[in-house]
Design a protein around this ligand. Structure first.
Ligand code: SF4
Length: 414
């Protein structure tokens, strides 16, 4: 294993990390190395941002410490029974790579996860040690996201928060029964226990920071998690319900959804085909509705179809509006901000602009059209000074009229 070159191991362990979706760096504290202090920055010019073709952020050096694993999660290419080529880095090697990538301006920080080598505690120690060397020995001020191991000693999981901007603990699957079936070495209670511990520590650190200016920082960008979609029988309604409970119970910054990818030599308990990628996209849209548009989880669930899944041909906001047509049209000149946010095709920015402009004048359809990508989608659901959608909202073929062509993905604009 140690015979492989750094480049070869980088190829293996960067590739193995691609299955982890939770790499966004939003929400961290602003730090920089201006004035010659330290190295690295979480903001500012010169940071190389890039996105993979599937839209995931790759501006972090995203690596596994190792893809050896003593666990046997069926959906994972790194599980112990997998025939995949293995590699391993030492903490110092990861540090050297991070610093050299950073100095070349390729990355804005490090996303580090790992298979479980020897034991959960041993692996967690290695992850923490990597972050410690970066922070304490190199005064690295760039972004660090550590994936933690819920089975490890809580004190070790806690230490991750002392060095990382963001920590994440994967719930892996939307239901406990899915976890038992597909990840037999994992335990839902242990996972949620670790999340609960992390929530308390983050809250405590925030309180201390308010009282003592020099109180140590602790995971300032919060915690996140990831759920695999399509590996078990969980429906979108199950997934939305789980995500909502996680947001409420553990104050998560983000729940990431990762469409299950079929892997070589897959276990017979897994589906043969991956779910359509658009399903993952619809779940992100539903997540957006709950976080920014004021939808309750039960309302997002109302947008699902008879099989419990969100429609794939239209976004969840439009699906909800088509089911609850009696709530429309809303008058752009009078409706509350909350009601305007329900209008398909109106994003938060457009709604804010509508609310600001109507203080000065009465809005016409053209005024709204200037604020949206597609007025066609908005028209059936609003009234304006010169517009009322007579019969349009009630048309039986409205869904067909508004459904985008299958190739056209809408990114969170709805
Ligand atoms: S513990 Fe993580 S790396 Fe190991 S098999 Fe499970 S999902 Fe894969």
């Amino acid at each position: 294993m140690s015979q492989k070159s750094i480049i070869d191991r980088l190829a293996i362990l960067a590739d193995a990390a691609k299955y982890d979706a939770s790499c966004a760096s939003s929400g961290t504290a602003k730090k920089n190395s201006l004035g010659g202090k330290g190295i690295g920055s979480t903001e500012g010019m010169g940071i190389c941002h890039a996105y993979a073709p599937d839209g995931r952020c790759i501006s972090l050096l995203k690596l596994l410490l190792t893809n050896h694993c003593i666990f046997d999660c069926h959906y994972c290419i790194n599980r112990k029974s997998s025939n995949v080529e293995r590699a391993r880095f030492t903490p110092q090697e990861i540090v050297d790579l991070t610093l050299s990538f950073y100095r070349r301006n390729y990355i804005e920080g490090l996303f580090l996860s790992s298979g479980i080598i020897k034991s959960s505690n041993h692996t967690m120690e290695q992850l923490v040690e990597t972050a410690r060397i970066l922070r304490e020995e190199h005064d690295f001020r760039g972004y660090i996201h550590l994936k933690t191991i819920p089975e490890a000693d809580p004190e070790l999981v806690h230490q991750a928060g002392l060095y990382a901007d963001r920590v994440s603990i994967n719930v892996e699957l939307p239901t406990d029964s899915g976890l038992v079936k597909l990840a037999p070495d994992k335990n839902a209670q242990q996972i949620e226990g670790a999340m609960g511990g992390m929530k308390m520590a983050i809250r405590q650190a925030k309180d201390e920071k308010k009282r003592f200016r020099h109180a140590p920082r602790f995971a300032p960008a919060g915690q996140s998690t990831q759920m695999i979609v399509g590996a078990d029988a969980a429906t979108d309604a199950d997934i939305v319900g789980k995500a909502s409970r996680l947001y409420d119970n553990f104050r998560l910054r983000r729940v990431y959804y990762s469409a299950f990818s079929p892997i070589p030599d897959a276990s017979a308990v897994l589906p043969l085909k991956r779910p359509p990628l658009i399903r993952e996209h619809r779940l992100y849209q539903s997540d957006w509705l709950m976080r920014f548009y004021g939808y309750q989880p039960s309302e997002v669930m109302q947008a699902t179809e008879a099989d419990g899944n969100l429609p794939l041909d239209i976004d969840p906001k439009l699906a909800w509006a088509l089911k609850f047509r009696e709530r429309f049209p809303v008058d752009v000149n009078r409706a509350s901000r909350e009601d305007l946010l329900r209008v398909p095709g109106l994003g938060v920015k457009a709604v804010n602009q509508i609310v600001a402009s109507r203080r000065h004048r009465t809005l016409r359809l053209d005024d709204v059209a200037r604020l949206t990508v597609s007025i066609t989608k908005v028209r059936p659901f609003i009234c304006a000074l010169d517009w009322r959608p007579v019969m349009l909202t009630d048309r039986a073929d409205l869904r067909a009229l508004l459904a985008p062509k299958r190739e056209q993905l809408e990114l969170f604009s709805a």
